[in-house]
Every structure is written in C-alpha cells, then in structure tokens.
Design a protein around this ligand. Structure first.
Ligand code: CTP
Ligand code: ZN
Length: 154
C-alpha cells in the first residue's frame, strides 16, 4: 500500500477537496482566496506525505463548490493541484488546473510606484506568456513581471 492510499484526513460526504497542493502553499491559498470565509466545516492537512510531491497540503471544504474559473485562479500558486467535487462520498468531478487569462484581487504589483499600491483598488494582472516562463502584466502600471516575482510579493 502506498502512502497516498491511506486516508490521511477524514473523507467528506459533499463538497470540495483541493489536493496535491505543494507544501507551504496550502495556508497561502486559504488566506489569499479567502477560503475560510464560510461557516462550513473545513479540514486541512499540511505537510502530508505524498508519493508525487514528497510532501503536500490538502484542503477539504464541505458543502462548497468552486466554479472552473475559481479553481483555475488557484493555479497561479498551485498549478499541479486537483480540485475534486465530492457528492455522496464519491469524486464526481476532478479538475486539473490551467492558468486563467486574468488574475484579480490576490496579487500585489511588484512596482512600488504603481497606483495599485497606494490606492484601495483590487490588483489585476493579465497572463501574457505561457511558454517557458509565465509573464504577468499589471493592468494599472502596464509593467510586465515574471510570475515568480509577483508571487514572492504576496
Ligand atoms: N476524498 C475525500 N472524500 C471523499 C472522496 C475523496 O476527502 N468522499 C479525497 C481523497 O482523500 C483525495 C481526493 O479527495 O484526497 C481525491 O480523491 P480520489 O480521486 O479518490 O483520490 P486519488 O485517486 O488519489 O486522486 P488523484 O488521482 O487526483 O491523486
Ligand atoms: Zn502595477
């Protein structure tokens, strides 16, 4: 039996399981995407052993479902995560993620002079390159940044 075959966090009846999140990224997803803004039960596993990743984080939110767009927003931090829809204890849909065309609200522009840094506006980026290195373009200052540079800022 592999480590992944052992259930490490209790199965849920109905809701969403975000699986294969890189270790250290699970907490970030919870806060940045406000996944805890619900009174539904949430169970979290951090630094769980994973055959694929070595260690992984896992988030289970009962009775909450993510749209494909919402799920894809998670890809900026956890491109290899899967978002499972659970109904009646069964996985009824498993989404692998693809980067969205736009990322709104969750990132901070690395440009200290950008208007989005001093005004109470929601940040916004367009994903402009997908081959090799992902580049993001801020909709306020129109500067382009490497994916990693923007993520480190958050
Ligand atoms: N899960 C759950 N409650 C259920 C069914 C599944 O919490 N009633 C969880 C599993 O523990 C797993 C995830 O949902 O973390 C996906 O389930 P499943 O597809 O059965 O697992 P795997 O085959 O290991 O998934 P993958 O192929 O994506 O690795
Ligand atoms: Zn900017």
């Amino acid at each position: 039996m592999t480590q992944d075959n052992k259930l490490q966090v209790e199965a849920i009846n109905r809701g969403t399981v975000i699986d294969h999140i890189p270790a250290q990224v699970g907490f970030k997803l919870l806060t940045l995407f406000k996944l805890t803004a619900t009174s539904e039960r949430i169970t979290i596993g951090l630094n769980l052993p994973s055959n694929q990743l070595g260690k992984k984080d896992l988030i289970k939110i009962e009775n909450v479902f993510l749209t494909e767009q919402q799920a894809n927003q998670l890809a900026i931090y956890a491109p290899q995560a899967t978002v499972n829809r659970i109904d009646n204890y069964e996985v009824v849909r498993k989404l692998t993620l693809s980067l969205p065309d736009r990322i709104d609200g969750v990132l901070t522009c690395p440009n200290g002079n950008c208007i989005s840094r001093s005004e109470p506006v929601a940040s916004g980026f367009t994903v402009i390159t997908r081959e090799q290195q992902v580049q993001l373009k801020c909709k306020y200052c129109e500067k382009e940044f490497e994916h990693q540079a923007v993520i480190q800022n958050a």
